[in-house]
Design a binder for this molecule. Structure first.
Ligand SMILES: Cc1ncc(COP(=O)(O)O)c(C=O)c1O
Length: 375
């Protein structure tokens, strides 16, 4: 008998209809060849604490024997250490394979066709993708150019779960706890404050957890701890919410080496604080430089800067941002721009690198302003 022929479209036809028409999340470029100044994915410009590599070596041992065994399925040691770090109990913590894993678990638990997941535009573009995977309903709140929190609209939202990025991405604008409490006072769903960038901010929502059982704070070790490659993030929430996340989580969602690495990183608080302080000092200096150029730049509480470039004729807008992006790209300086939204298209998002990398960025922008047709 002839084997059955499966064409690509037949295979697609076997998928659930909503999956067949999904568009995947587009991560920032990860160039493999050397020579790039990489300021596009908000990674830390500094390596993690030296204790991390030691902990991984210790975990692997001389012959890798421990790798035969599954990791601790609940990442108990890490949950306990994170709980201590934030003055909470282990029952308030769930650890994920990056905070993307945690966001996915939250969508799995709280979003469906008749239970909307809310988010703002602009914000982290993974949220709508996760909602699409779940075949759920989205409820979108638009910012205006001021990028202030739409407190009344958010408080009145009927979403089951609302993802608020604070500090926001890609703007870097942070929302204060006074504003968050106004929302929490009336919002009837679960408010998830995605605090991927909180270590660089003036305030964070952790102190509100005790008073608001419908608050979830999501954190990551990818940014401030310099561990994007290790994939560890976590949720802080009421034990009931943590229990729900645990029901839908992969049993072994955080591998052995990542658990060991994360524990070592959070154990080295002095190193962490020094890294964060260096990034913030560089950020504030570069923002001042953009202001001196006369480029509108949102006040950043994150490890990236959202700025509206002006060309040599003083013009700004999507075409100018694209020209600046292309010039930087041609000179191997990689930043991010988001042409799909009117509020983001005139801007570039630039991750804070080392002082040396930011010097290359500034020199390349000077060269762009001198190069025809800008001159
Ligand atoms: C707002 C926001 N949340 C979550 C993440 C995901 O972080 P992780 O590396 O922990 O999955 C990112 C990554 O860029 C982000 O910008």
């Amino acid at each position: 008998m002839d084997p059955i022929q499966f064409s690509p479209s037949t295979l697609r036809g076997l998928a659930l209809p909503h999956v067949a028409k999904l568009a995947a999340y587009t991560p920032g470029l990860q160039p493999t060849e050397p020579g790039w100044v990489k300021l596009n994915t908000n990674e830390c410009p500094y390596p993690p604490s030296p204790r991390v590599a030691e902990a991984i070596r210790r975990e692997v041992g001389t012959d890798g024997a421990s790798l035969r065994l599954y990791p601790d399925p609940k990442s108990h040691g890490l949950r306990a250490a994170l709980a201590k770090l934030h003055g909470l109990a282990e029952e308030n913590v769930c650890v994920g394979n990056g905070s993307d894993d945690i966001l996915n678990l939250l969508v799995r638990c709280f979003c469906a066709a008749d239970a909307a997941a809310g988010f703002t535009l602009p914000s982290y573009s993974l949220y709508p993708v996760l909602v699409g995977i779940q075949d759920g309903r989205s409820s979108v709140l638009m910012f205006d150019r001021m990028m202030r929190l739409p407190i009344e609209r958010l408080a009145a939202s009927t979403a089951s779960v609302f993802f608020l990025t604070s500090p926001n991405a890609p703007t870097g604008v942070g929302f204060g706890n006074v504003e968050l409490e106004k929302v929490l006072g009336s919002f009837r769903g679960l408010l998830v404050v995605d605090e991927a960038y909180a270590p660089f901010a003036q305030e964070n929502a952790v102190p509100l957890l005790g008073r608001h059982p419908n608050l979830v704070v999501v954190r990551t070790l990818s940014k401030a701890y310099g561990l994007a490659g290790i994939r560890v993030g976590y949720a802080l929430a009421h034990p009931e919410v943590i229990g729900l996340l645990d029901r839908v989580r992969d049993s072994y969602n955080v591998n052995r080496l990542s658990q060991a690495a994360a524990l070592a990183a959070i154990d080295d608080a002095a190193y962490f604080e020094q890294s964060v302080a260096r990034v913030k000092a560089t950020r504030d200096r570069v923002v001042r430089g953009f202001n001196q150029r006369g480029w509108f730049t949102y006040p950043s509480q994150a490890n990236f800067i959202f700025t509206e470039p002006k060309n040599a004729r003083g013009e700004s807008g999507p075409a100018v941002a694209k020209a600046a992006y292309d010039f930087l790209y041609a000179h191997k300086v990689l930043v991010r721009y988001f042409p799909s939204h009117a509020l983001t298209a005139p801007f570039l998002r630039i991750s804070v690198g080392t002082d040396q990398e930011m010097q290359v960025l500034n020199d390349t922008l000077d060269a762009w302003l001198k190069a025809p047709p800008n001159a």
